[in-house]
Every structure is written in C-alpha cells, then in structure tokens.
Design a protein around this ligand. Structure first.
Ligand code: ADP
Ligand code: MG
Length: 627
C-alpha cells in the first residue's frame, strides 16, 4: 500500500500562513494533540460499552515523550486508531468550509485560538512547531492494517503501510528550528500542567523517582528504596466532576490549594452543576479579598471537558464575579474559544445569569443559616456583594435582602433594619430620609461626634467601591439620600424646623464675617455665618456633598473635565451662637480679633487634618504666643 496525494485545500500552501499568524500561541499544539489522543481513548471505551468493540480495552493511557537529539516530540495513545481511509477523511480533508473563506477571515483573526477553532485546525496546529509530522496508527477495527502518514508541511502528504502492532495512534513532530524551546522537560511539563492537569485519562510524561517502603532495618526502622514510577501529570477525577455529596470540606480546600498554592484559604464555595439548558459543572470559591482587588481578577479557570481553555473568563462570568476563584467546565463552550464567539453565543449569556443566580442564592442561604457567621465574613464579602449590586440589577434584587450596612459602632444592619433604626431621627422636614456616612472615621471624628450628639447614626463607607454603592443606594431606596458627615455642620445635615435662635444682630454678623474674611484671606474658603446650637464647634470647614462627589468622580476618571478642573471650594461655617464668637466681637483690639479668628479657623482645619506644612508651623507658633 502506498499512496501520494494532495491535502484538499484549494490554496497553495496553508502551513506558512498557520505558522506566521499563529506563532504567538504556538504552545497550544500540545493541548490539541493530547486532547485528540484523549478523545480517541474515550471513543474506544464508549464503543466497548456499546458492545461495538469486543476486544480488550485495557487501561487507556496517553503518553507524551520527547527526544532532544532527534528533535522530536511524540504523543501516543491506545485509543481507536485510524485506518488509511480514515486518515484521508479526517486528516487530509481539513475540516473547514473553504480555503477562500479562510483566506479572507484569517486577516482579522486576533489569536491562534480563533483560527484553529473556527476552521477546525486542531491537528494542524502541529505545523506551528514542526517541519514534518508523522502519524503511525492502527485502527481498533478487526483486520485493520497499520497505516503511516507523513507530511512535511507542504500540501503534499504520503500514506504508506505502518508499523504499529497495537491499537492506537502515535504522532511524531519533527520540531522546527524556531521551536526548539519545546524540546525541554520543564517547558513541556509546564504546558502539560497548564492545559492537561485535569484531563480524564492518565497522561504519562517520563518517569519520576519515588521512595517506597522496603522492609525494616536492624533497629526496626522502616527502610526505603527509590523506585522509578511513571510520571502521571494529571488528576483524572478533579472534584468538579464528582457529586457534592461525595465531597468533604477538606476536599474543597485541598483542591483550592492545588489551584492557588499561594492563596489563603477561601471563605466558602459553591459547587455548580447543571445539565439543562446547557451543561456546566464547576466549583467557585470566595477568596479573602484585598482592598485593591484588581490583581485578583482572572483567577477562574475555564475548561471544556476537563481540557483547560483559558483563565480569561471575561465574557462568560459576569464582571463582578471575576473576583471569585475556581473552575468552570462546560462542553458547550468549544475548546477553541474566541472573543467574537463568546459575545455572540446565547449559551454564554445563560451561563452568565445562572452563575449570578447561584452566587446570590448561596449568599442568601449563608445569611439565613447563620447571621453571626455571615457578619463575621462581611468585611471580606461586602466588597464583592456591593460590586455585584452595582453592576447587575438582577443581583441587586437578591442581595438587597442580605447586604449589610455597618455603623461607626461596628453594628451591622440590613437595609430594612437600618431604615427602621434611623427613620425617627433622620427624616427631614420634607419627609426625606438622610443616611449619614463617614469615609474616614479618624479624620472626621469631630463631625461624627457632633452628629452622634444630635442622635444621628453614622455609617462607615470606606471601601473603594462605596462611592458607587452610595449612588446605587440613592437610586434604589425611596426618598433616601446619603450625606458624608462633614458635608455640613451637624445642625444642617438634616433640615429640620427647629433651628436655634440668632444671638447676633445683623450688624454683628456682618462684622464677624468681615473679621474672618480678613483673617483667612483665601479665595477657596467662603465664610458663612450660621446660628447653630451653642455647644457646636465655633468654626467648621465643610465641602458640599454634591461638589465633593463630582470632584471624586472626576478624579477617578483621570481628573479631567469640568469638575476636575474646579478648585477645591470649602465653606467656613462660623457658629454665631458660640461664646467664642461673642468674645471676639467684644474684644476692642482689631489685631487680637484677627488672631482669634485665624486661630479658630486653623483649629477647624487642624481637626480635619487639613492643616500641614508651613501653615501648621505658623499655627503652632501663634498658639505659643497666645498662651
Ligand atoms: P477535531 O478534534 O476538532 O475533530 P482535529 O483536527 O483535532 O479536529 O482532528 C481531526 C480528526 O482526526 C479527529 O476528529 C479524529 O477523527 C482524528 N484524529 C486526530 N487525532 C487522533 C488520534 N490520536 N486518534 C484517533 N483519531 C484521531
Ligand atoms: Mg482536536
């Protein structure tokens, strides 16, 4: 038997194109060839189970080996094998609809996955790293003859009689000069670890030394000898393929450590398992979040039938869930995912909302089952829950029942509980409810104490996400707005009808304003006289809530834009009812009046950490001289 022929694609030579355009991702050749080998072994098992193969299946296995001298990598299996006719059918007729289409499309393709996936070039990815590829194969079919196929990367191939004596396939790559990095044990082990670590059939890559018990010595101690054993690189039964009822907490924790050896233990996990309307299994872990969580993204690994595909799950997992860790396995996501495919695929959208729902249900369940434990974990999950509520309306609807607000006394409340708590004291004269918060309890301590004195509760909103969460709450909660505790003096945070009387006459007020204006002399600070209760601070410096938010937002967006360019504007509230103000008025020395005013202003700045550098030194010196 000998046959020569031309691989049926109607373009002159496709391999230089594959090589050139797919070069960056070329390590995936191993994933493609190993998963073909795994498929072949699973097919023989299935045929046997269906009674269509009566031979001995034996232990199925796949083996990867390399020979640095001969510059070859070999992938072999004892799967179903191929007859010469099958080689012609499955290998020669490249499974894509037409070379013209390919030629047109490859121009826009961003990565190797996209081309390989779209055009079914799995096997041909071998030519990214090889000058020549040989296939030796023997089909499981009775009376089948071994066949040998060889192709040097042109469109010419050759089929001859093969030499295999046992069922299966052996693919040998003659590695090209640019790809010799792959002829290295560590490199291959690394690629196998990345893509093949959880494949369902044992994959052997060389051998390793293990120590084995070997009787006892004279002192009765166990003796060990080293033995060479097969180096099986994969775990064929990873936990996501098992039923949750078979698994204990330790199993989940152990698997987590296997995936992320350097991470702290996760808080809890969710076992995913659906088969309709799409097929999906997996385990998602809630990690201990750090405040700067950006770097924690891209930790979920995506598999298709236990073959690793990618850890860029952006389109499959909702943005906010990318903070989770773990694995998702779905045969409905093809091995070769591409961006454009994922965005268009309706299964992906369903997977997305399924995961969102599962996560929300799990949190609700934890909250119901053990509120105390839930509260203990809140500092870790809070960030994540808020992130979810901001980014997905569906998640908001579920999370609104268990999201917690924490106040400065470290008490936690659900949204309805908090409303009940503050409704009586924090509703203004128009029936509008105001929640007061601090983003820095230390810096804003004076304001918090003033607010508490008035019977107001103050929430702590100090995580990076809280700015957005606050806006979200205002949109969702009825007749409720949030104000930072230093947005105004406590008396004015919530407008009520019980304003204290004025102590000063209009003339006196104008005089005080003038004294302060002259003492401060800074355009960014606008002096306003207010009649507050006598035990409020004499001078308070505040920034309007709206203005501050706009500036914060501009700063997050890069600092540009209208509000970003506005100078900081502060309001200097002088409490006309405070006895210090009366004392300033009564003093008959203009210089002392100015000094006292400046002193009171600097004290206000100081209490908020706004007084620094030379101004702070000046303040200290002036204080000394006044003592
Ligand atoms: P796909 O795996 O998507 O079908 P490939 O290009 O990877 O595309 O493989 C083409 C076909 O070649 C396979 O479907 C299979 O029929 C055959 N084949 C490839 N490798 C093997 C193997 N190791 N054993 C048996 N058949 C194989
Ligand atoms: Mg394949």
């Amino acid at each position: 038997m000998q046959e020569k022929g031309t691989i049926s694609i109607h373009t002159e030579n496709i391999f230089p194109i594959i090589k050139k355009f797919l070069y960056s991702d070329n390590e995936i050749f191993l994933r493609e060839l190993v998963s073909n080998a795994v498929d072949a072994t699973q097919k023989i098992k299935r045929l046997a189970a269906l009674g269509q193969y009566n031979g001995e299946v034996g232990d199925v296995r796949v083996e990867v080996a390399f020979d640095a001298d001969k510059k070859t990598i070999t992938i072999s299996d004892n799967g179903i094998g191929m007859t010469a006719d099958e080689i012609k059918k499955y290998i020669n007729q490249i499974a894509f609809s037409g070379a013209t289409e390919f030629m047109e499309k490859f121009k826009d393709a961003k990565d190797a996955n996209e081309i390989i996936g779209r055009f079914g070039l799995g096997f041909y990815s071998a030519f990214m790293v090889a000058d020549r590829v040989d296939i030796e194969t023997l089909s499981y079919q009775e009376g089948a003859e071994p066949a040998r196929w060889t192709c040097d990367g042109s469109t010419e191939f050759e089929i001859t009689e093969g030499s295999l004596e046992e069922r299966g396939t052996e693919i040998t790559l003659h590695i090209n000069s640019e790809s010799e990095e792959f002829l290295n044990e560590h490199k291959l082990q690394e690629i196998l670890d990345k893509y093949c670590k959880f494949l369902p059939v044992p994959i052997k890559f060389g051998t390793k030394t293990e120590s084995e018990e070997d009787g006892v010595d004279e002192e009765g101690k166990t003796k060990y000898t080293s033995v060479e054993v097969d180096n099986i690189i994969n775990d064929t039964n990873p936990i996501w393929t098992k039923a949750p009822s078979e698994l204990k907490d330790e199993d989940y924790l152990k698997f987590y450590k296997e995936l992320y050896p350097f991470s702290e233990d996760p808080l809890f996990w969710i076992h995913l398992n659906v088969d309709y309307p799409f097929n999906l299994t997996g385990v998602l872990y809630f990690p201990k979040l750090k405040n700067d969580f950006e770097f924690q993204k891209n930790k979920i690994k995506l598999f298709s039938r236990q073959v690793f595909i990618t850890d860029e799950v952006k389109d499959i997992v909702p943005e906010f869930l990318m903070l989770l860790h773990g694995v998702i396995d779905s045969p409905d996501i093809p091995l070769n995912v591409s961006r454009s495919f994922l965005q268009a695929d309706s299964n992906v959208k369903k997977i997305n909302s399924y995961i969102t729902k599962k996560v929300a249900d799990k949190l609700a369940e934890l909250f119901k089952a053990d509120r105390k434990a839930f509260e203990d974990k809140w500092s870790d999950i809070g960030l994540f829950v808020k992130y979810g509520m901001i980014s997905e309306d569906k998640f908001y609807d579920k999370a609104k029942d268990f999201v917690l607000l924490t106040n400065t006394a470290k008490q936690n409340f659900t949204l309805p509980e908090y409303k009940d708590k503050v409704e009586g004291t924090q509703t203004d004269k128009d029936g509008q409810l105001t929640y007061i918060y601090t983003n820095d309890a230390k810096k804003q301590d004076a304001f918090i104490q003033s607010a508490n004195k008035k019977g107001y509760d103050v929430l702590v909103m100090d995580s990076p996400i809280d700015n957005h969460f606050i806006s979200q709450l205002e949109q969702k909660l009825e007749k409720t707005s949030l104000k930072r505790v230093d947005a105004d003096v406590a008396d004015k945070l919530i407008k009520k009808d019980d304003a204290p009387e004025h102590v000063l006459t209009e003339e006196q007020s104008a005089k005080i304003k003038e004294i302060f204006d002259n003492a401060i002399k800074k355009p960014a600070y606008k002096v306003e006289l207010e009649s507050l209760s006598p035990d409020e601070l004499p001078v308070t410096v505040t920034m309007d809530e709206f203005m501050r938010r706009m500036k914060d937002m501009a700063a997050m967006g890069g600092g540009m834009g209208f509000y970003g360019n506005m100078p900081d504007n502060y309001k200097v509230v002088v409490n006309g009812n405070h006895k210090l103000i009366t004392r300033i008025l009564e003093n008959d020395n203009a210089e002392t009046q100015a000094q006292l005013a400046k002193q009171a202003f600097d004290l206000a700045l100081l209490s908020q950490g706004l007084l620094t550098g030379a101004e702070l030194t000046e303040f200290v010196n002036r204080s000394v001289s006044l003592i």
